[in-house]
Design a protein around this ligand. Structure first.
Ligand SMILES: Nc1ncnc2c1ncn2[C@@H]1O[C@H](COP(=O)(O)OP(=O)(O)OP(=O)(O)O)[C@@H](O)[C@H]1O
Ligand SMILES: [Mg+2]
Length: 153
């Protein structure tokens, strides 16, 4: 697990850009943290880092639920905050997004743990004060990370 600290919105965007360089072309990234923790801000940097759009193009998909960025390699940005029933969840079409060769960024996805593949990446954001955030990156649990490079389970 990697832990970072940022001291401004700009630093969180810059961190997102940096993390984007480490992402495989197909990935599910859960952005986990309270309201205002910086999930959407980090998504701005990730989208930019992947070359799929400018940070200012990225806004919260709170009402539209899914935003799509980029041509060719695509980034989907999903916000499940307003979703509570299985029927509403179906209407978002998350399953279908997961089948695509794309990076899928998800806010409030931890509320539906059964949806996500074992090799999802979890990024936990925590507000330390007005401008300071802790950002913890947990690689997927399928054992491809450096913590388990021995070849043994
Ligand atoms: N270090 C920082 N990193 C990120 N955002 C910061 C930081 N310091 C202050 N902020 C402010 O915190 C807010 C983060 O908002 P953002 O929309 O990214 O949060 P969120 O986690 O997506 O919230 P929501 O659950 O409402 O979608 C912004 O207003 C931003 O300017
Ligand atoms: Mg948000």
């Amino acid at each position: 697990m990697q832990v970072y600290f940022t001291n401004s919105e700009e630093e969180t965007i810059a961190l997102g850009r940096r993390l984007a360089q480490e992402l495989p072309s197909r990935a599910v990234v859960l952005l986990i943290g309270e309201l205002g923790a910086g999930k959407t801000t980090l998504a701005k940097g990730i989208v930019h880092g992947l070359g799929a759009g400018e940070p200012d193009d990225v806004s919260s998909p709170t009402f539209t639920l899914v935003h799509e960025y980029g041509e060719g390699p695509r980034v989907y940005h999903v916000d499940l905050y307003r979703i509570s029933t299985a029927q509403e969840l179906d209407s978002v079409g998350v399953d279908e997004l997961l089948d695509r060769d794309a990076v899928v960024l998800v806010e409030w996805g931890e509320r539906f743990p059964h949806l996500w593949p074992a090799d999802r990446i979890e990024i936990h954001l925590r507000r330390l004060d007005d401008d300071r955030r802790e950002v913890k990156v947990k690689p997927g649990v399928s054992g491809h990370g450096p913590e388990n490079s021995s070849g043994w389970p």
